[in-house]
Design a protein around this ligand. Structure first.
Ligand SMILES: Nc1ncnc2c1ncn2[C@@H]1O[C@H](COP(=O)(O)OS(=O)(=O)O)[C@@H](OP(=O)(O)O)[C@H]1O
Ligand SMILES: Nc1ncnc2c1ncn2[C@@H]1O[C@H](COP(=O)(O)OP(=O)(O)O)[C@@H](O)[C@H]1O
Length: 201
């Protein structure tokens, strides 16, 4: 891939992130949901976004399945493609945090190195890793899209948790037990966000 051109120079703009955050009435941050397919990332992030929206928080939800229909439609599930997927999403999330939004992302993001790469892109404290910790057996029993069944039958290769790795976070800021009811997980997230002064209590 082409590296950036040394003749391309960064511009600082007069309206800063701090000014935009004051206008929104809250900080910008990324809530980076990670977990196996079927762990509940989209469900919990979706419920939380609705709750935040009702509270007047400016949000945006970036979801793996949706992003792969557009921004990342050229990417598959090799390690290199997953890395590029997460890099692009990280850059988009970074811009949205600069715009003062609370960004929720729901990507498997199976590799520690890529999650660290996104953490390193963002200002300190603005990347909040949320591990949706649901055992593989539960995800496989849920199997809402029938993908585990296909992976077990050998019809789908490189499927996370079956024949592709998932590196669980060891120091996620927030560790959710994905077997708890969605309402409880949503309440826990709201509590954590107010404790971290992302939203007002
Ligand atoms: N091989 C393979 N492995 C894992 N997942 C697969 C695969 N093929 C398709 N899918 C579907 O794609 C969704 C995961 O996309 P992501 O962009 O989140 O993946 S990654 O972060 O780049 O690893 C994932 O969605 P979720 O179930 O919502 O996680 C699957 O529906
Ligand atoms: N906490 C939960 N308890 C029970 N079922 C859940 C929970 N979270 C999600 N589900 C269900 O599990 C399935 C997978 O959830 P989803 O949010 O699509 O996972 P992911 O985005 O991680 O692939 C869906 O059918 C959803 O309704």
């Amino acid at each position: 891939m082409a590296q950036h051109d040394e003749n391309v120079v960064w511009h600082d703009h007069p309206v800063t992130r701090e000014a935009r955050e004051r206008q929104h009435g809250h900080q910008g941050a990324v809530l980076w949901f990670t977990g196996l397919s079927g762990s509940g990332k989209s469900t919990v992030a979706g419920a939380l976004e609705q709750a935040l929206h009702r509270l007047g928080v400016s949000t945006y939800l970036l979801d793996g399945d949706n992003v792969r229909h557009g921004l990342c439609r050229d990417l598959g599930f090799s390690d290199a493609d997953r890395k590029e997927n997460i890099r692009r999403v990280g850059e988009v999330a970074k811009l949205m945090v600069d715009a003062g939004l609370v960004v929720l992302t729901a990507f498997i993001s199976p590799h520690r190195a890529e999650r660290q790469m996104v953490r390193d892109m963002l200002p300190a404290g603005r990347f909040i890793e949320v591990f949706v910790d649901t055992p593989l057996a539960i995800c496989e029993a849920r199997d809402p899209k029938g993908l585990y069944r296909k992976a077990r039958a050998g019809e789908l290769k490189n499927f996370t948790g079956i024949d592709a790795v998932y590196e669980a976070p060891s120091e996620a800021e927030i560790h959710l037990n994905g077997e708890q009811p969605v309402r409880e997980l949503e309440a826990e997230m709201l509590m954590q966000l107010s404790a971290r002064h992302i939203i007002r209590s």
